[in-house]
Design a protein around this ligand. Structure first.
Ligand code: AMP
Ligand code: ZN
Length: 132
């Protein structure tokens, strides 16, 4: 897609530090390196986010996420990792080409994903009825 920075990396119009590539997907180092080894896995075909990517591509991407997660952890000596995909601005998505973040973890303080407990304000049965 025109003006998509990740499509430009796929088309080699701008450089990317490519970790892995096959017919369906590309994995490359995230510029920000939020944690050491921060990697993005993206489909070669443009989809905006997880809501629109086709199921077969999504399944393949997660298979590659698993493979690369193991590889990155082993090679970099990470103790764990976070796998994350942001969907729409409200959730922090800035690049609207579907991507999965692999964030290797070395300690508890280097990255803040802050789950605040709102359980006091939520009726779980009402919530379940809404979702199902
Ligand atoms: P998100 O906030 O989930 O949309 O993540 C977008 C990510 O893309 C951010 O972590 C950026 O650091 C990363 N990013 C943006 N441009 C580039 C680029 N040219 N090469 C590598 N990573 C990039
Ligand atoms: Zn794109």
């Amino acid at each position: 897609m025109e003006n998509c920075i990740f499509c430009k990396i796929i088309n080699k119009e701008i450089p990317g530090k490519v970790v892995y590539e096959d017919d369906i997907c590309l994995a490359f180092l995230d510029l920000s390196q939020a944690t050491y080894g921060h990697t993005l896995v993206i489909p070669k075909k443009h989809y905006d986010n997880i809501l629109t990517v086709d199921d077969e591509t999504l399944a393949h991407l997660f298979k590659i996420v698993k493979k690369l997660s193991k590889q990155i952890m082993e090679k970099l000596g990470a103790d764990g990792l976070n796998v994350l995909t942001n969907t729409n601005e409200v959730a922090g998505q800035t690049v609207h080409h579907f991507h999965i973040h692999i964030l290797p973890r070395y300690n508890k303080n280097e990255l803040k994903i802050n789950f605040i407990d709102h359980s006091q304000d939520v009726d779980l049965d009402e919530l379940l009825n809404k979702i199902k």
